[in-house]
Design a protein around this ligand. Structure first.
Ligand SMILES: Nc1nc2c(ncn2[C@@H]2O[C@H](COP(=O)(O)OP(=O)(O)O)[C@@H](O)[C@H]2O)c(=O)[nH]1
Ligand SMILES: [Mg+2]
Length: 265
């Protein structure tokens, strides 16, 4: 499965001239894939970082991320596919940054970063006229380039990067909470980040007035009646709920470059 995904990503890169790596504005650093970036570099393919879900993070923090990536020589821009912010600008950037026209765009990223939403936004403007490029023998249905307009073609199916890393990384890469090992450790880390981001958030979302992540999990479990036979709170169940609430935007917070020890400019 993992190998198959990478193989697909690699051949999709070969068939396009611009790669959009979609990352999550709430944690752009952890949702980027250095492996993807390395492969693109080796192939000599141009890659842009698209920080999606910009509606969830203040502009000032997004600009800090852009600077961080710029220092590495990677061009980044932010958009909100959901709120349609920056999406017209995105088309302009794509056409400007493509090594030649038409831009042939491949959208990739970890699960849940918003790949499908961005594909829909890009196609949306011209959905009626969207048609595949004729005369591409050898292209399987996974590699259909769709014409958005004269200078913009889009690979219809996104490249899904397999989740990897430790439990927190796996969770932020969209790995299902049910299958996660150490969901409690992940929830504790998320709650620490949430509290750092906004000390009142946990009280606001759950009505729990605690600062200690384990106590928060205990209170949440007892409140929802997630208990073992001996009456002890089932912390794993509460932990999985916290992770789901992060992915469902019930628990909304973000990390800054400073939080992750990346120095500002
Ligand atoms: N707040 C917010 N949510 C978004 C945005 N773009 C996508 N989402 C949500 O993120 C989730 C995953 O989006 P999807 O496009 O399916 O991601 P994919 O797995 O990468 O294809 C869905 O619940 C989307 O509604 C955005 O710009 N802002
Ligand atoms: Mg998708």
């Amino acid at each position: 499965m993992k190998l198959a995904n990478w193989r697909k990503i690699s051949s999709a890169m070969d068939k396009t001239n611009l790669i959009l790596e979609i990352i999550d504005a709430r944690d752009p650093w952890t949702t980027r894939s250095r492996k993807l970036e390395d492969i693109a570099r080796r192939k000599g393919k141009k890659l842009l970082l698209i920080i999606n879900k910009a509606d969830l993070v203040p502009r000032q923090i997004l600009d800090q991320w852009i600077d961080i990536f710029k220092r590495e020589g990677i061009k980044a821009t932010y958009i909100s596919a959901r709120k349609r912010l920056g999406t017209l600008k995105l088309r302009k950037i794509i056409k400007r940054e493509a090594p030649q026209l038409p831009a042939e765009v491949f959208i990739t990223g970890f699960p849940k970063v918003g790949k499908s939403s961005i594909i829909n936004v890009l196609k949306g403007h011209s959905s009626a006229s969207t048609s595949s490029v004729p005369g591409n023998p050898g292209y399987t249905k996974h590699f259909q380039l769709y014409k958005i307009d004269r200078s913009l073609y889009l690979l219809d199916s996104p490249g899904i990067i397999p989740a990897e890393g430790g439990p927190l990384e796996m969770a932020l890469h969209g790995y299902p909470p049910e299958d996660l090992r150490d969901s409690i450790g992940v929830a504790v880390a998320l709650l620490q980040r949430a509290i750092l981001s906004n000390p009142k958030l946990v009280k606001k979302v759950y009505g729990i007035d605690e600062k200690d992540p384990i106590k928060i999990l205990e209170r949440l479990a007892l409140r929802r009646d997630w208990k073992f036979k001996d009456g002890e709170p089932n912390l794993s169940e509460a932990a999985r709920q916290i992770i789901r609430d992060y992915h469902r935007y019930k628990l909304v917070f973000y990390v800054t470059p400073k939080d992750l020890g990346l120095s500002g400019s």
